[in-house]
Design a protein around this ligand. Structure first.
Ligand SMILES: [Zn+2]
Length: 459
């Protein structure tokens, strides 16, 4: 009896030095699966704030709202950081086929697009079924025309079709303008056959005039393909967006201070801004709810993890400011961030963990897989190279990243559309996400694993 007691005391009072507490991580998973705080956060954000367009009053309100929620969730320190940006605000948008068969078009302006003249822009189209053909077209070949790219984005489980199609939206407008086009339309970077258009930011270059640019709903792109196969097509469309110079965006930062190594930081993030068409539930209210709820569960533990856990809700991701703004404001912190990760792909179940380079055989990874296997998650074959836009500048500056990959073939049915609303979220799936994130965040924060050193050993 005495021996058993001594053994029990030894086990409870002298845990292996700096080994993460797997039992605590398992209890976090159990808590996450029965706690509805994360869903309530998402419901509140998408209901009480709604859309959160970067640099607007709505995004500022969202930051205040989220900071108050995180304070009440037991974080040790919560603050809001602000940075300047040029905001872009959608105006009227409408489009029609003028000839040969007049009819309505469903389209939406790309973020950052300049306006058309008030009466709209009207011209014949040149249609490209492949973006590569436009990119290879000779200078002047699109003079006076509306360039239309109808290349289809692939619907893949891990969303990989998006990255491949991204230049169509980002670079297409300037590539068309370089060849003389007066306006640019492309098939939405989206995978639904519903008649909704998917917005998203473009990137003008300085080498071409800025021309108005919009995305067509998939069925409308199909319609233009059929009409163009029959002969010349003339379109008109109107966009009246405006820009606001000197606007500000806001990033919310919430810390749980480490009990032994407060200067070492595990950073988990998501972006608080959204496009204006829906209410930003899958993109990226869900991510905010996931990382906030994971932090809230860890803050409720009887003991702080060894390292600091930092939850960052980034501002203005959709307009490309979030990652660079945080990385430049926190350049001195970069060496202190032991690992970073971001949630920005909805809330379908997480299926694959990609650990940082060199970490697959570490105690940390073994513990994480032990804890998340019952949640239907496996260790990926690849190591994590990229975890998302918000943390990419940190990764480029040497911060190791971990990635939690979802199976979400329908993510790009909804992404950046008016359909991005709360009803698309399945509460039990959101809870699985929170459980996996809480396990990862806790195990990284409560261990002494040095991901930089593990990566260096592999080189
Ligand atoms: Zn996003």
């Amino acid at each position: 009896m005495r021996l058993a007691l001594t053994l029990l005391l030894a086990l409870t009072t002298v845990p292996c030095a700096a080994q993460p507490h797997v039992d605590v991580a398992k209890s976090l998973v159990a808590d996450a699966l029965k706690d509805d705080w994360g869903y309530a956060f998402l419901e509140g954000l998408t209901t009480e704030i709604g859309q959160r367009l970067a640099g607007t009053e709505a995004e500022a309100r969202a930051a205040e709202w989220a900071a108050a929620k995180l304070k009440s969730a037991g974080f040790d320190e919560v603050h809001i950081e602000s940075f300047p940006m040029t905001a872009w605000v959608r105006g009227v948008e409408s489009g029609q086929i003028v000839a040969p068969a007049p009819q309505h078009l469903v389209l939406t302006a790309l973020g950052g697009s300049v306006a058309t003249p008030e009466a709209g822009i009207e011209a014949e189209i040149v249609l490209f079924r492949s973006y590569a053909v436009l990119a290879a077209a000779p200078p002047g070949s699109l003079a006076g025309k509306i360039a239309v790219v109808t290349q289809r984005m692939l619907r893949l489980e891990d969303g990989a079709g998006y990255g491949a199609a991204n230049p169509i939206r980002r670079a297409g407008p300037s590539e068309a303008a370089k060849r003389g086009a007066v306006a640019y339309l492309h098939r939405s970077l989206g995978t639904t056959n519903h008649r909704v258009a998917h917005t998203g930011a473009l990137n003008y270059t300085d080498e071409a005039p800025r021309i108005p640019a919009a995305a067509l709903a998939n069925p409308d792109a199909d319609q233009l393909e059929r009409l163009a196969a029959r002969g010349p097509v003339k379109l008109r469309f109107t966009l009246t967006p405006t820009t606001i110079e000197g606007a500000r965006s806001f990033t919310v930062v919430a810390d749980i201070k480490g009990r032994e190594r407060p200067d070492e930081v595990v950073l988990i993030g998501a972006h608080l801004d959204s496009w204006d068409l829906g209410t930003g539930a899958i993109d990226d209210g869900a991510g905010c709810a996931i990382v906030a709820a994971a932090g809230k569960l860890i803050a409720a533990l009887p003991q702080r993890p060894r390292r600091t856990l930092r939850v960052v809700l980034f501002g203005a991701e959709e307009m490309n400011y979030s990652g660079p703004a945080y990385a430049s404001a926190h350049a001195d912190d970069v060496p202190k961030i032991v690992v970073a990760n971001e949630s920005d792909f909805g809330a379908r179940p997480i299926r694959i963990v990609e650990v940082p380079q060199g970490a697959a055989a570490s105690d940390f990874s073994r513990a994480l897989i032990d804890v998340v296997t019952p949640l239907g998650v496996i260790l990926g074959r690849n190591t994590a190279r990229d975890a998302g836009d918000d943390v990419r500048p940190l990764a480029r500056a040497g911060v190791p990243v971990l990635a939690l990959r979802r199976s979400a073939p329908d993510y790009f049915d909804i992404h950046h559309t008016a359909d991005d609303t709360l009803d698309k979220i399945v509460a039990a799936e959101l809870a699985q996400n929170i459980a996996v994130w809480a396990a990862f965040a806790y195990l990284a924060a409560d261990s002494a694993v040095d991901f930089r050193a593990l990566a260096a050993q592999q080189r």
